[in-house]
Design a protein around this ligand. Structure first.
Ligand code: SAM
Ligand code: SF4
Length: 328
């Protein structure tokens, strides 16, 4: 079992399988001048498989595949198939922008993928274009409808941003009226691939909730264990909604997750600088036991929350990473 220095048990891995993406969501990546990681510096699927196998022996049972856009990486479906056969991995989930996903849905179902988080920041075609800088709204909506008809659980991720998509909050909620979907409103974080801090007017959880309550009577529903979203329902609606306080960071006390970036850097907190390079450890010829020991040692220095992690990193460098290298 993996337990950190604050007694938190770690059973959840978020793995970014690539830093490449076909969209350019402005809160995640700059439009131009992106420095993608050199191909040789990305983890290979073989390396990712080995890391997951080792971690699964230490209690990691749940995985989220993310990126960049996971489905732009060649070989992803074969990789997912292999991972699904690792005995102790009980759950595979994927976060995707939905642009290359539709034709893979039936294969994902047969692999046993449990849920898909679809990123959709607007249900208005023009606003979608303004945010993602790509004209792929119709494709994403088509994926959404096909996902709803699948056996996989569907969640929508919407980053809430002043001056961009505030008018989408209510239409997005209306999706939950007839669709069995969970819409999650996410606070914007400063991981946009520049040293700029993104929007200066933040939409914290409280403000999002108040905006919803101006129109609807809502009821709290039970959150899944270790959930980062605080979840609610509108009476009579089929789906639900949640708010993820990713910037105000209210959930760190029960954090059960670690992240591995596309280049194999372990992050024990979203806001840390990356603590060790699992890629370098693997490429130096370490055994599985050595890899496990390094990981366990690192977890003994884990910051207690995202504020402590951010303070530590600011001594070295301000946040300037793109979320596409971290995976969200
Ligand atoms: N490309 C896939 C997608 O967009 O779903 C997976 C990777 S993306 C980095 C994972 C999630 O991070 C998405 O839901 C995205 O909206 C979210 N994200 C990216 N940048 C963010 C930011 N600056 N603040 C909050 N969420 C962000
Ligand atoms: Fe690509 Fe996802 Fe980042 Fe948008 S949020 S640019 S889809 S990695």
């Amino acid at each position: 079992m993996l337990v950190d220095n604050h007694g938190r048990e770690i059973n959840y891995l978020r793995l970014a399988v690539t830093d490449r993406c076909n969209l350019r969501c402005f809160y995640c990546m700059p439009e131009n001048g992106i420095k993608y990681v050199d191909r040789n510096d990305l983890l290979s699927f073989e390396e990712m498989y080995r890391i997951i196998s080792v971690l699964s022996e230490q209690g990691i049972s749940k995985i989220r595949i993310t990126g960049g856009e996971p489905f732009v990486r060649k070989g992803i479906m074969e990789f997912l198939e292999r991972v699904s056969k690792i005995k102790k991995i009980e759950e595979i989930n994927i976060t995707t922008n939905g642009t290359f996903t539709e034709d893979k849905i039936s294969q994902l179902e047969s692999i046993g993928v449990k849920s898909i988080n679809l990123s959709l920041d607007s249900i208005d075609k023009q606003r979608f274009f303004d945010i993602t800088r790509r004209d792929l709204f119709d494709q994403v909506m088509s994926t959404y409808h096909k996902l709803l008809a699948s056996s996989m659980k569907v969640k929508i991720n919407m980053v809430v941003m002043e001056g961009r998509n505030i008018d989408d909050i209510h239409p997005m909620l209306e999706l939950t009226k007839n669709d069995d979907v969970s819409v999650r409103f996410i606070e914007e974080m400063p991981f946009n691939g520049t040293t700029g801090q993104g929007n200066t007017t933040h939409w914290p959880m409280k403000k999002i909730l108040e905006t919803i309550q101006e129109v609807h009577q809502i009821e709290k529903i039970v959150d899944a264990p270790f959930s980062t979203s605080s979840n609610y329902k509108i009476a009579g609606y089929k789906g639900s909604f949640g708010i993820i306080a990713a910037y105000t960071r209210t959930f760190c006390g029960s954090c059960n997750r670690i992240r591995i970036t596309s280049q194999g850097t372990l992050k024990t907190c979203l806001y840390d600088n990356g603590v060790i390079s699992l890629r370098d450890i693997l490429r130096s010829g370490s055994t599985d036991i050595e890899l496990t020991n390094q990981l366990k040692n690192t977890l003994q220095k884990r910051p207690k929350d995202g504020f402590e992690a951010e303070k530590n990193r600011n001594l070295n460098s301000p946040v300037s990473e793109s979320m596409a290298t971290i995976g969200g």
